[in-house]
Design a protein around this ligand. Sequence first.
Ligand code: 4AD
Ligand code: MG
Length: 455
Amino acid sequence: TSRITVRDAVAATSTREDVSVLGWVKNMRKQKELVFIDLNDGSTAARLQVVAPSNLLRGVHLNVGCSVVAKGKIVPVSLASQDVELAASQVQLLGTCDPKKYPFKRGKIHGVEYLRQFPHLRPQTGVFSRVLRLRSAATMAVHRFFQDRGFINFHTPIISSSDCEGAGELFEIRPSQAAEDEKRFFSTDAFLTVSGQLHAEAVTSGMSAVYTFGPTFRAEKSHTKRHLSEFYMVEAETVLHGSGLSELLCLVEDLYKHTLEVLLKDNYDDINYFHETICSDEAKISILNSIERPFARMTYSEAMDELENAASKNSFHTQPQWGDDLQRDHELHLLSVTGQLPVFITDFPAAIKPFYARTLDSDTNIVSSVDLLVPGVGEVVGGSVREERETVLRDRLTRLGLLEKYQWYLDLRRFGTVPHGGFGLGFERLLQAFLGVADIRDVIPFPRYLGSCQM
Ligand code: 4AD
Ligand code: MG
């Protein structure tokens, strides 16, 4: 017997004898002589129809949610609704499932809020298995993109003594068993990393172009549909050959388009399901346009001019003012004036960006930095050119009282410094943007957020 997946089974174009398929029962119908079982194993959204003579299942309590192995013959049939079926000669029940206690009901499509109550069982549902396949495909597309361009992948430490973003939103790490006076296990304070950027800068200063794709952690008190305490970040860092920030913008735009294109090409059925079921027509068009059209670009100052002009007609929660961060409704407004296309906002005030961002030669109050705003989500990418000049960086670290702590970082400017920059892309927010999913907790297998660390 050869073991095959549901995906392989439904793709069969000719008869295959003696196969076995393991899966979970999604639906079933009983006739006098025959039992029809819809089987899925997560390999595809499709269900394989297993047809078994009733006597094979006599006395077996087969319900939705049961796990079974069906053995028999794959028969391609040309009925409109069902392309392929498995004519079973044996159906073995592996795991029972009490329909009264099982939270997912036969034939019912449960809402996302309901599914969120069962993070451990959610992978058994059709909709969440689509999310998981898309996440996997997008992960591989990101790796392919960087590998094809010669970027070297490396692993950033999860445990770090640096606060890259300087925002103080850190989870501290201490051994649980140690006595109070031994809590400093590492002799320094240690935290879960908020970003691999500083380590990426160290690796770039020798490897030229690198990327990392791993979990990052933020103890942010924001309870929104776009914030998690643990999320995955794609971070790239590269030497720059002179064009500076615009080189980074091209890289971000290419990465975004490449990843979305791969999903539409290789996982069309899964991604299109979200576009058809949860997106408005406008949202769907805007997602597809983000491949076809160039992203919009404006500087922070241009954005502020636009917002200040619009403020008379709009009632923004916070009055836009040069020098302040963009608020959520400001972002939404900027996206609407750029025609619901992703938009790069560049050249922010130095005061609202971290210590590593490089100031412009023409204006030291401005840093060469970028945020990418995307319809439906808001900020998906943050990046910058990094301060590569030793004296400028030393001054800044001194002013911030960080000079001693970041001697190693300053070393990178002492020993073969080079113009370089990079960005971080929030992977869950990217998936939200591609799928049109409103809540970030619905695109990560096991969400962690303020007030919740289930399992
Ligand atoms: O803008 P951020 O804070 O940038 C950095 O951390 C840089 N050091 C990255 C770099 O240049 N290598 O975070 C980058 C992105 C954001 O644009 C957002 O998409 C995502 O990470 N992000 C979050 N996603 C989910 N939940 C949160 N709490 C997030 N915080 C940031
Ligand atoms: Mg940011």
